[in-house]
Write a protein that binds this ligand. Sequence first.
Ligand code: 13P
Length: 290
Amino acid sequence: MTLQNIYPWILRAQKEGWAVGAFNANTLEQVQSIVLAAQAEQSPAIIQISHRALTHIGSGNEIQGIKYIAAVGKIAADSITAPVSLHLDHGTESEVIQAITLGFTSVMFDGDGLPFEENISITKRLCDMAHSVGVCMEAEVGEVPKPDGKEFNESAIDLTDPDEASQFTRTTGIDTLAVALGSVHGLRAKSVALDLERLLAIRKRVTIPLVLHGSSGVSDNDIKQGISMGLSKVNVATQLAQAFTGAIRDVLNKDGSLVDPRKYMSAGRNAQMEIVRERIRFFGSSGKAK
Ligand code: 13P
């Protein structure tokens, strides 16, 4: 199937109380693990590429990274019958424009650090552009921290304000809203509880589907409850990287003389595919491809 605008599935997920998984990839094998898992589970899925993944894929040049991955994403989607979209995760303004132009079917603008009004005006402009070519648009109010291995101050996390969320979504016209409920990107243990009361307050003021970032560090119980309360797109990155890299580490530890990259990269691909399948089932999207 060609790359899809996955928004109709996200809307359906919101209505029926499940979530579409958005899975981050940095390498060809990670992209393949996502489409193989989506096909095996007959589930809609999102291949998600972050700003830093673009830098990696483009050998330091993000725009080159967008070109590479736009081509790879199309071929990956064409290789299966389940619906898959290619999403830019945490893009800058120029990356969002390039991604829309080069065939991504979904984009997120990260206005982190911008004054609220400026975030609104850039997001609205990008959203109009995305919608003019049938691309799904996500943006964020508040901030899910990206600590990059650094310490973060829990009490200083900029959680989503329900009134701002309402004003932002009404003014910009975005399709999905990323909300900050206490999760943090890049945690390796599932220890964080979500602020579900805040989610309820946002849900009362915002009708569009909501997005959970930083799910690898959130307890499964809270993810489950959050999904039932309207988190209809759930982002997963670190859990996948742990499985992918862990499997490669095992193979290399077992055979110190191994040099053939196919032997260890395929182990990483298989291990990540199993985690994507498990998350798809957990999010309730297995069998929802039709
Ligand atoms: P994790 O690394 O915590 O899974 O977060 C993924 C994410 O939100 C990508 O935007």
